[in-house]
Ligand binder design. Sequence first.
Ligand code: ADP
Ligand code: ZN
Length: 432
Amino acid sequence: MYWEKDVETLNRKKLEELQLARLQETVKRTEKSYYYSKLFKEKKLSANSLKSLQDIQKFPFTTKDDLREHWPYGFIAVPKDELVRMHSSSGTTGRATVVFHTAHDISVWSNLLARCMFMTGMRKSDVFQNMMTYGLFTGGLGFHYGAEKIGALVIPAGAGNSKRQIQLMMDFETTVVHVIPSYALHLSTVFTELKLDPRKDTKVKIAFLGAEPHTEKMRRKIEGIYGYKAFNSYGLSEMNGPGVAFECPYQDGMHIWEDSFLVEIIDPKTLEPVADGQEGELVMTSIQKEGMPLLRYRTKDLTRIIPGICPCGRTHRRIERIKGRTDDMLILKGVNIFPMQIEKKLMEIPDVGTNFLIILDRDEFNDSMTVKVEVNKKYFAGDIKQLENLRKKIAEELKGELLITPKVDLVEPDSIPKGEGKAVRVIDNRKD
Ligand code: ADP
Ligand code: ZN
């Protein structure tokens, strides 16, 4: 049941002692990087400033902009010849940031992923199909190394090419997949097109859904279509990539691996810590990294610590499913809206929402929102009234959730462009 029982169930006191020792080592290491050495001199900080875990609060935050400004090598904490791998973020919110790993970092990271996958029930006997982009993106190689560590047979399928994905799944009797949730829904339309039923025609029993925010409803919908158990997988390049936090068999929040990451949740406005259980921005310090350790990295991801102990016996705290990024929030006519609120509503309506897109426009002084929604093909073959009723129903449901009335535009499956990576949910035409 556990990949590393000792670490996964370490009691809090011991876990915190381990964290403090690793934090002190990390700060010593960061003193060797261009960025932190300068910063520490200015602020008169050093590893000696850390007597307790709370002392981390004396250190300034590190942001994505800091990484961008000191691109590419400003944060490396070892001589360049110690580095063995580079990765980069996806660049979802601007210029992609780069991260570097030593051989030790790759080994720790792979082990974390093995721990995550093993926790959900994946074993050596499994056939693992990794449907993520291989290359600079961390979701490909990260999971690949972790799965090999478990000893599973890995199919490095990469992203896209849906018909081949399905063929591979059937020919080699794939039992575990790693997939972006929006792609899992898209892929289901290809199964339908091929007149195949993923529940009957494949042997997949476990899926890892990661790389983008998705609602509980979306997870349940995907599980329903495929008949497998889907586990939420969270990570970001700056903290290795996937393998930061992962769901256990209870599927109630993601255990965040506190032997590798020191976790804080802050109010993104005041930058003050919030109490356990309160929502805020996740801030993390990597305490096992050599190549490019980061202190108090502001992820911009919104979540909260789930209070209480998980029945699985792991002592590492759980974070709730990510609600979105602080910069995902849309403001329309003074109302704050997260794309996830729209997804949640759409997933409640049958036959709706394999893909959707939010379009914001401005004419003269008025802002408007159009939600383009893919619906089951049958609505376009039948009575036009049926389609109109569905449109009205969706508009009403969304109004109930958002308090403003969006325009709703129903389209056929696969008519909203779908790239291979993270789904684009919002097009904002209001910016000039
Ligand atoms: P980018 O920040 O450019 O997208 P990454 O590829 O490093 O680059 O992606 C990390 C980000 O992806 C996280 O900060 C988070 O916003 C999002 N993300 C990853 N996994 C999940 C998940 N399971 N749920 C919600 N968001 C996720
Ligand atoms: Zn658990």
